[in-house]
Design a protein around this ligand. Sequence first.
Ligand code: ADP
Ligand code: MG
Length: 291
Amino acid sequence: MSDVIHLLPDSVANQIAAGEVVQRPASAVKELLENAVDADSTEIQLIVKDAGKTLIQVIDNGKGMSETDARLCFERHATSKIRDTQDLFSVRTMGFRGEALASIASIAQVDLKSRQADDELGTEIRIEGSEIKSQTPCQCAKGTSIAVKNLFFNVPARRQFLKSDHVELKHISEEFYRVALIHPQLKFSFYHNEKCLYNLEPAPLKQRIIALFGDVYKNRLVPIEQSVNYVKISGFIGKPEFAMKTKGEQYFFVNNRFIRHPYLNHAILQAFEELIAEKSYPSYFIHFENS
Ligand code: ADP
Ligand code: MG
């Protein structure tokens, strides 16, 4: 019998990984926003066309990448955030697996421009389905711009599977809220089809909530602040009289990262039990941090 096992080319391995990392445009938005935050940016722009099907672009003013790093960042398991398994116990960044950009670049046409503060020129890289099309020096602002075009252009089955623009944009907005809420000290803007949906100035969390979800929140929020053994709990809960018939704004964060947590959610609903009508839902924005 002849041998039958062979190693998959990187481009195929990346596409398979992309199946897990990038389910829809919103997943790419999440990864790019998180990278921008990890790069110590103070200002982050999200520009989207056709609910992310045509363009997802994130522009930041963070630390940027060297020429070599700009190329390396698209390799699988390429990360600047951990070096060994020990580092896993002290990760403070949003990402660390080094898979996001490799995955995204395997299923889209990506245009990256990046410049570090001390460099005169930046680097521009165009990559398409994992294949580097060009790499040239370029003039650009300090920081990084990554434009992801025609997501799933080479995986037609996945492209067909995408929902209407309305639904995909809702998913994108949700990812934007999650990052913008827990980083109120950063400036964010969000454009869809050339229209500015949000322009958020650095502000305390309460102002950030109001800027995202409307003036109605001005009188709805009760601050919470509690430190126990290992954890500091802070944020806001909505007053019971403003509980909504639909699941509204319910956000848990742990160490600056959004989490979903049915058990904690249940605990909150129980605390509200006598206070709100059945089948209505309180809002909450609660941050747990190691103290
Ligand atoms: P991870 O975030 O898990 O490290 P990614 O694939 O998302 O993996 O990114 C790979 C690497 O590329 C990051 O570790 C970082 O060094 C670099 N990088 C990505 N996005 C940016 C950015 N916006 N600014 C600076 N560096 C970036
Ligand atoms: Mg990342």
